[in-house]
Design a protein around this ligand. Structure first.
Ligand SMILES: Cc1cc2nc3c(=O)[nH]c(=O)nc-3n(C[C@H](O)[C@H](O)[C@H](O)COP(=O)(O)O)c2cc1C
Length: 228
């Protein structure tokens, strides 16, 4: 069984979820949402226990719209992720100033430092974005522009998740951009869920439906393996 409780803004800052995969706790961390899986332990041949590694994935939505289907999809995906995959959502795309090389280096804005830090900590990125005017939304492209001259993105595994049956022009453009900024763009690892126009609660329901849940979990497992 899967349930959500607590929280008032969007899905709140203290969501508890039980997806049949152990207890998960969602907490707000300087504007990020993070779902922490319960720790798994292995017992080795000497009867010693040790924690199984957790893959840390950072998810970024290209939409900053309040009821965004892309953001809701990422939150729903967090909630059903296998316990060995920890997904954090960066929701600060809308707080980033407009990119200028003049602001790089010592003048780097705090919001950009935050983005770079969470990317550096992650094993891979998942990006979900709407199409705006047949292209990448300005806010997401702006976030990507901030990353280009740093080292953090160059070998970072990145995959796309898509919340619409439309948006192929944006996808083509985003694939070109991502394959330019990293040598580890996982173009073949892609999942599209037709969620356009749904409200967040409907998105959650659709993602947790049995068929989509197994597609999402297979997608996460494939990307996690790619990130190793
Ligand atoms: C300014 C604007 C431009 C858009 N341009 C396109 C477009 O070119 N092609 C398309 O398929 N949808 C377009 N859309 C629709 C969005 O891509 C679609 O509603 C998407 O699902 C919104 O994602 P969100 O729910 O995460 O905000 C546009 C929407 C807006 C607000």
């Amino acid at each position: 069984m899967y349930f959500l409780e607590g929280g008032s803004s969007r899905f709140g800052s203290s969501i508890q979820a039980n997806a049949g995969l152990g207890q998960f706790k969602q907490k707000s961390l300087f504007g990020r949402y993070s779902i922490e899986p319960s720790r798994a332990f292995c017992v080795d041949s000497h009867d010693q226990t040790f924690p199984v590694g957790v893959m840390k994935i950072l998810a970024i939505s290209g939409s900053v719209r309040h009821n965004s289907t892309n953001m809701a999809m990422l939150q729903a995906v967090c909630a059903i992720a296998p316990s060995e995959i920890e997904i954090s959502i960066f929701d600060g795309v809308g707080r980033l100033p407009v990119f200028s090389p003049d602001l790089e280096g010592e003048n780097l804005p705090e919001a950009v430092r935050e983005l770079i830090a969470v990317i550096a900590e992650s094993d891979g990125l998942i990006i979900a974005s709407p199409e705006y005017v047949r292209s990448i939304p300005g806010g997401l492209k702006n976030a990507i522009d901030w990353l280009v001259s740093g080292d953090e993105i160059v070998h970072k595994p990145i995959a796309l998740l898509h919340a619409s049956h439309r948006g192929d022009d944006m996808l083509a453009g985003l694939r070109t951009v991502l394959a330019t900024i990293t040598d580890r763009f996982a173009g073949d690892i892609f999942l599209r869920l037709p969620l356009m126009k749904l409200e967040p609660a409907e998105v959650f329901k659709a993602v947790e439906a049995a068929e989509n849940r197994s597609r999402v979990q297979a997608y996460l497992q494939a990307f996690s393996a790619y990130c190793m």
